[in-house]
Design a protein around this ligand. Structure first.
Ligand code: BGC
Length: 365
């Protein structure tokens, strides 16, 4: 079968062949319908990230998957041929307490694997085989948006972590004002993760602002306007935010210099959740100052790293896709702005085309 192959740490990507798997007992075989492309995939293709499986030099790329079950192995009760499914990405180390409790997104050893990223083949191929515990059913109504479920799961976790931090103070002390009616949130970046974060936060009752380095004419800015999210162009700097602060900041741009600056946009007790994976190396022109970090401590500000997600985040993602549909119709589907056939992989992986939010490679109907 066809497979999109990479060989990190060497750069490059090629369409090759891989042996077609079959489902053993307790396994599902799934035909890939489509697979989203994100910054992680582009970093892997650039040779900056990713690891092939042990003893191999190549890795099948792809983790933002959507597929259809074509074979159900013996002793798999809850799946049928034809089911629409999304598989999770991370597989636990089997050693640490969190992996053993099915919370590999909090793995302590670092010995986890990730399909299409770290030591385990991904989904940019015609078929994959997986154990049902890592596979989530998708209602047919979400056929056109479910390829976003994996990035949405990452957002679900980030927002849940941020809300947990905001909730650490408990209810307003008796006899005091409960505070402003809607908590404020800032999302940095209007790629798929930023857009999904904006939708989740808006659906959860936050007053949301999203920033990027474009004016209001982009598809992202237009979609944000439809859901009542304020869009601010910060190409001339964060001063465009006019000194406002935000209770919860979800960073989705992966820029370390921005990460530092965002601390300054937190009120006391506010939370900054970083989801972007910045490159290693010095922060250009950052002028890093210990005072910044001191203010984090003295202001009880929280900076929360957040990576990956577990099954319950995928499940809450599905609930949000349903909520988005009820509230905003096909808006979530419109985040998938470019669908290309597998053969156009160079285009898809070459860089983020101007105005696109999510590029998806299609493998089957
Ligand atoms: C994926 C996550 C993964 C992370 C780090 C992201 O692009 O969506 O599932 O944990 O990369 O490898």
């Amino acid at each position: 079968m066809k497979a999109l192959l990479v060989s990190p740490p060497a750069s490059g990507v090629r369409l090759g062949e891989a042996p077609e798997p079959s489902a053993g007992p307790g396994e599902l075989k799934v035909r890939l319908l489509e697979c989203g492309i994100c910054g992680t995939d582009r970093d892997i293709v650039a040779g900056k990230y990713g690891t092939p499986p042990p003893g191999r030099t190549d890795l099948i790329l792809g983790h933002e998957n959507l597929g259809r079950v074509v074979e159900v192995g013996a002793q798999v009760p809850d799946f049928r041929v034809g089911d629409l499914v999304v598989a999770t990405v991370r597989r636990g180390c089997g050693i640490c307490r969190y992996c053993r409790a099915n919370r590999s997104d909090f793995c302590e050893t670092g010995l986890f694997t990730e399909r299409g990223i770290k030591a385990r083949d991904g989904y940019l191929t015609e078929f994959y085989v997986e154990q049902p515990e890592y596979v989530v059913h998708v209602p047919r109504a979400h056929r056109l948006s479910a390829v976003l479920l994996e990035p949405l799961s990452v957002v679900e976790k980030a927002v849940a972590e941020g809300r947990r931090v905001l909730g650490r103070l408990g209810p307003a002390p008796p006899g005091t004002d409960a505070g402003p009616s809607a908590p404020t949130a800032l999302v940095t970046g209007t790629g798929a993760v930023g857009m999904l974060a904006a939708l989740v936060l808006a659906a959860e009752g936050f007053s949301v602002t999203a920033i990027d380095r474009h004016d209001d004419r982009t598809p992202a800015a237009r979609l944000l306007a439809q859901v009542g999210v304020a869009h601010v162009d910060v190409s001339a700097g964060l001063s465009a935010l006019k000194g406002r602060t935000f209770d919860l900041i979800v960073e989705a741009s992966g820029s370390p210099s921005l990460d530092v600056a965002l601390i300054g946009l937190l009120p006391p007790n506010g939370a900054l959740v970083l989801t972007g994976i910045p490159p290693e190396g010095p922060v250009p022109g950052s002028g890093l100052d210990g005072g910044v970090f001191r203010s984090v401590v003295l202001g009880n500000r929280a900076i929360v790293g957040s990576v990956n997600a577990n099954r319950r985040h995928f499940e809450s993602g599905l609930r949000h896709l349903t909520a988005f549909r009820t509230r905003w119709g096909t808006l979530a589907e419109q985040l998938v702005s470019r669908r290309l056939p597998l053969g156009s992989y160079s285009d898809a992986l070459g860089g983020k085309a101007e105005g696109t939010i999510k590029t998806v490679l299609t493998l089957s109907d």
